[in-house]
Design a protein around this ligand. Sequence first.
Ligand SMILES: [Mg+2]
Length: 147
Amino acid sequence: MKKVLFIDRDGTLIKEVPPTYQIDSFEKLEFYPDMFTWMSRIAKELDFELVMVSNQDGLGTASFPEETFTPVQNFIIKALINEGIVFSKILIDKSVPEENSPNRKPATGMLTSYLGNAEYDIANSFVIGDRVTDIQLAKIWVAKQSG
Ligand SMILES: [Mg+2]
């Protein structure tokens, strides 16, 4: 069975940028110091599949067009791959909080395919993130697992 690290993007791999928190230009992109070092060690030395799980509020709307997000996202992914850090899946929720989307963290909709999937050792998997919603995601999920 595969163990997974579900890893947040903004505030975890790269810095968050107030007030909009939208990384919609290269000027706003800053990797956390030592992130590549430690993520690279995680990827090489530990036995976890890596899955990126990110809320991107209003992505695809006029205030946060995909064309501003995608080049930066692609650059991030390529930079990670160059250091041997390969995400098997990149899960992004584009809704805003008011929509109450079942996919928006801390809701677990984006992780549905891992839930009750015999291929995965979820009991020994982890969520890594900077916000309380990342912790809640893990807690809600554990509650769902145990029924
Ligand atoms: Mg975050």
